[in-house]
Design a protein around this ligand. Sequence first.
Ligand SMILES: [Fe+2]
Ligand SMILES: [Fe+2]
Length: 308
Amino acid sequence: MPRHVLTLVIVLFTFLSLALSSTSKTFSPVLRDHQGHWAEFNLLMVHEPIRADLARLEKAIKPEFFDGKDEWKVEALFEWFKQFSHGIHVHHQSEDEFLFPALEQRHPLSSTLKADHRELVLLLKEIEALEVPMKEGSGNGKFEDGLKTIDYLRTKVHELQEHLNKHLNDEEKEVLGYLKSSWTEKEWDEVIERLQSHSSIFDAAHLVGGFLSQMKVWGDEKDLNKFFSKLPSPFVVLVQFVWEPLYTRDYVGLIESIPANKPHRSLPSFFHVLGAVAISIVLLIRRRFGRLALAWAVFLGLYFTDNL
Ligand SMILES: [Fe+2]
Ligand SMILES: [Fe+2]
């Protein structure tokens, strides 16, 4: 091969590999090139799990995976959607009550950001309300109605995806500039601490589990270290070994069970296991309940085997 052709091939190959390696791991069109600024980290941490959820939802209701005939799929979809919708409410509430008022002390915020929150609530409710007609349409002879409902469901989910993604992008475009230009990380962390003190432990478990789960996709080692450094020490273990695994297994696993075509069976929660272990210990200590303890151990064994 002539030398100049070889050089051209090498240059093209290098260019192609560089182009492929710079492919972003984020869903965000605003923060494709994450430069490691604390404000970018904060926005990606909370928004990327939502974008990932929207992508999973869109996939789950594709005609090849979801036709409304399988009752377990309809059940799984709406069970998951209720949790997703609650997570969005919590996110919007945090912004309306803490983050936006804090930002507005220094910058006027565009009214569309708050209007979006109100419009998105209505859209989420409209989709949630489709659970009853969808269930009536699946498997009881009224499938014609069910088909119309599926079309409507797909239209509404598409609308939600467009609107929510646009809102997240607009928010990032507007808020990022303000945070970078006139906030310090310490000041912003104080706002977040006020917000956290008003959150329930169950909402925190779901949200923080999602932050870590998706950060493993978009973030690098530095992001993960930063995430753990901001958590109080007992929470580092809790988030890593309980909240994030539960989020990935039970929440992400539930919506992904639809395209995987395999019903999701959730394992007992950490507290159920803890309770079961405590009861077993008590039963084992009290010898006269020996047979009962054995039956209990067999039951637990079967339960876990069945669910794995
Ligand atoms: Fe928002
Ligand atoms: Fe947001």
